[in-house]
Design a protein around this ligand. Sequence first.
Ligand code: SF4
Length: 209
Amino acid sequence: MLVIRWALENYPDLLMPSGFNLNGVVLIDLAAKAGYMGEVVFVDTGYHFPQTLQTRDRLKERYPQLRFVTLSAGLEEEPWGEERYRSDPDGCCAVRKVAPLRDYLALKRPSALLNARSRDQASTRAFLGFLEEGERLRINPLAYWTREQLEAYAREHDLPVNPLYASGFLSIGCWPCTRAVRPGEDARAGRWEGKGKTECGLWMGEKAL
Ligand code: SF4
């Protein structure tokens, strides 16, 4: 909570991107309680599980003081003539996920982003800190939270967690690129399995402060 309060005082124009995973739901609740009244920005790739969209709608109802913004690449059809996530997942993420958010951030120009990632989500996030520099500062208030702490917080506050979480979908992205994780796996082990990819590309090339 201290990190969020510091962020709100120092970066009043910050934005919060969210995919409404467990981390995101906890961060939304903490931020709302700390006084955040800004935007929660979600990118609808066209491939989300219906449960994810329902989770967004439940959050919207629960936090009327927040502005939920849904972005879309507006791709009704695959201009490549096939399901691109099979042959070119990097390209698919680039047009469906990264580009809409990048364009929106270029328009809004927030000085900082409030981000829900945590160290124990994946080995690739093991060195995550509270602050990361990049195109704009990213503030990670949950960096040191464990999954057990997040689950306990969600239970205690009766948060609207995506129902797929209870079925082993500990990190939930698009349905073609997400599976339930097995016991002992990282939370993000079910993302892009067999596709040689661990991140959508949004947060690559930035470094911890
Ligand atoms: S996660 Fe998969 S389906 Fe979603 S944008 Fe990326 S490659 Fe495409």
